[in-house]
Design a protein around this ligand. Sequence first.
Ligand code: BGC
Length: 515
Amino acid sequence: MAGGFSVSGSSGTEFEAKITPIVIISCIMAATGGLMFGYDVGISGGVTSMDDFLREFFPSVLKKKHEDKESNYCKYDNQGLQLFTSSLYLAGLTATFFASYTTRRLGRRLTMLIAGVFFLVGVIFNGAAQNLAMLIVGRILLGCGVGFANQAVPLFLSEIAPTRIRGGLNILFQLNVTIGILFASLVNYGTAKIHPWGWRLSLSLAGIPAALLTLGALFVVDTPNSLIERGRLEEGKAVLRKIRGTDNVEPEFNEIVEASRVAQEVKHPFRNLLQRRNRPQLVIAVLLQVFQQFTGINAIMFYAPVLFNTLGFKSDASLYSAVITGAVNVLSTLVSVYSVDRVGRRMLLLEAGVQMFLSQVAIAVVLGIKVTDRSDNLGHGWAILVVVMVCTFVASFAWSWGPLGWLIPSETFPLETRSAGQSVTVCVNLLFTFVIAQAFLSMLCHLKYAIFAFFSAWVVVMSIFVLFFLPETKNVPIEEMTERVWMQHWYWKRFMDGDNHHVVANGGKSNGTTV
Ligand code: BGC
């Protein structure tokens, strides 16, 4: 029965739902929240490799960069410089706890609006920065925006999408993240030639995605789940009719109402999250995010220009290599949009595991042989090979861990713990993004080429986890995960022995038998 389409569990007929234009448009607009996240991820690496920027804020790094005696791998090893990149993620993870409250109480839509406003103010501070303090304050405000946006957007997308294309629509978030990163690296490529204020332009152009998200949040409707959760039943039903393109929404409406009734009984969502029956979702959400960061992706996304520069590429070549990896990232995410609801989540993650492992090992070997402390004479052919391997790695990340790290947690938590669960997801993501941002340049300095072997070992661990512990969630309606996924899983079913989950899974209509 698990995986079946028409009948599932108790209430599990596939709900009637057309793919309506309003769903598609709402999702496209909401997903612009990802643009901003991506822009922030992508912009800092290029900016930190610009001499004008370093001269103004980090003169000691500039001096080191142009001195010959410093080891190649250690040129950029500076805590302050890493803090410029990482402070955003630290602020973001704090903000997610407030965002959990606002997504529940004020709704997904207003939370996106709050994010947009944080972004706009942050951009102003950054673009106008006169000193390091202003620069960091700007990054902190942007981080708050990321905390709010990454909380609300994936939930919004998962809740508004019809089940059979939920994966594809949710990936619009990640697609926007990758477009944001690419846009940022293109901007850096252009502004690096504008002296001495090109970096200012790089930071200010973040205003474009910020404005898009703010406008988007003004125009979209809130999700039926969120409206119903806040007691606005009639409005919720009306929205449901509108987005599903049919008047026959009673079954889905009832299921959401029931899920929301259960949600109302939960007074302490975070404490509730720790209950035994929520263990599978919690463990999976946390580990997916930890693993996502330990693929090493952000070593590339943040520091590609710096990394390529370290390997002896000239400034220009470093920046356009970052553009190439950024483009591969976007295109490969499209593969995922297409295939996630067809081949499923597990298949994508497992295939990518093999591809990421092989490419990282290849990078480690080439660097180990060719780049020594004092010489960066990676020949032309080898340099191309490294770029190709980096692209192979990025491609596989982009159709697997990138989108699925966000998709799977947002679709597996029941409504009662969905906001809290999502904030833990975002928080863990940002925490580990922070760790990588803060540590990568120092790790590169100490571990040198072996850093890629380090990440490849993690890829093995995460692939084994997927193989045994990650159930397939493709085509399962979101309020039916407990019964159709967790209760069927060889390992996780042991956490499902309480009575409570029946209430959620069965919409309270029966004691677990077919209605
Ligand atoms: C990750 C980011 C990463 C991006 C790369 C996202 O899913 O959360 O940390 O920079 O993918 O495309």
